[in-house]
Ligand binder design. Structure first.
Ligand code: OMP
Length: 272
């Protein structure tokens, strides 16, 4: 998917919501556990209930890998369901990959070619040759961790090397890589105040912002500093939406939770 198509969808739906499909079988309604593929059954209901309110879905692969082959099959069925029924939706494989070049090429093939995701999250620690194989794919997007939402972000990312914070160095250097127009960045919603500086470095790139809802980040704070001229934000909530209800009403509860965030987004977009 091109960035222009993503932006068009945001304006059409008045939403820049990304829903995280982080499926934990201990948390899904009990009646789904008798289904042949309870993970996919859960995702299908969530997608059917929320696709008009969201522009992106982000399965975190850990939640699928944890269930072995069955989990990977459920991931494949989920991306196939999205691509077939909602081709306008932007899909993110949250896999946080990055390795020596030939290994990264295989990760890129797995997520972009085999599974057919629009984007994949990557970790910058191994540098340019670990990320460039992802960037070579046309109309696919590589979402690089910049400043993450967790406490551990302060262990390395905000430390200064040669007078500059590591997350800023990551952003600056990554901009010099070939096909860097295919880069998006992860910035945690819990670090909203940093967005002002980050936007100076990347005025136009899309930012994937997880951490609203369960982690306590504020949508309005993120928008205050994070919006760009092409909106440039995908705000993710996973647990806050998919586990909003825990029984037979879970689809309705997920829709209401998504609607609440989308309504705030619509207000913000209408005020621009
Ligand atoms: O890359 C991510 O998506 C990510 C980066 C980050 O800094 N913080 C973060 O929470 N995430 C992911 O975003 C999702 C957040 O889930 P909730 O806290 O349930 O909304 C999880 O899949 C996390 O792995």
């Amino acid at each position: 998917m091109t960035t222009e198509e993503l932006v068009a969808q945001i304006h059409k739906k008045k939403s820049f919501l990304c829903i995280g499909l982080d499926v934990d079988l201990n948390k899904v309604p009990k009646h789904l556990l008798t289904e042949e593929d309870p993970i996919f059954a859960f995702n299908k209901v969530i997608i059917d209930a929320t696709h008009h309110l969201a522009v992106a879905y982000k399965p975190n692969t850990a939640f699928y890998e944890a269930y072995g082959i069955k989990g990977w099959k459920a991931l494949e069925k989920t991306i196939q369901y999205l691509n077939k029924n909602h081709p306008e939706i932007f899909t993110i494989a949250d896999a946080k990959r990055g390795d020596i070049g030939n290994t990264s090429s295989m990760y890129a093939k797995a997520f972009f070619e085999d599974l057919g995701f629009d984007s994949v999250t990557t970790a910058p620690y191994m540098g340019k040759d670990s990320i460039e194989p992802f960037l070579n794919f046309k109309d696919k997007h590589t979402i690089l961790l910049a400043l993450t939402s967790n406490k551990g972000a302060f262990d390395f990312q905000t430390r200064k090397i040669d007078g500059k914070e590591v997350y800023k160095t990551v952003i600056e250097i990554s901009k010099t890589w070939e096909n860097s127009q295919n880069l998006m960045y992860v910035v945690g919603a819990t670090k909203a105040s940093y967005l002002k500086d980050i936007r100076k470095l990347v005025p136009n790139n899309f930012l994937l912002v997880p951490g609203v809802g369960a982690q306590g980040g504020s949508l309005r704070e993120v928008c205050k500093y994070g919006l760009s001229s092409n909106i440039g934000l995908l705000i993710n909530s996973s647990r806050g939406i998919i586990y909003a209800g825990n029984n037979k009403d879970f689809a309705q509860a997920a829709r209401s939770a998504a609607k609440e965030l989308q309504t705030q987004m619509q207000e913000i977009l209408d005020a621009l």
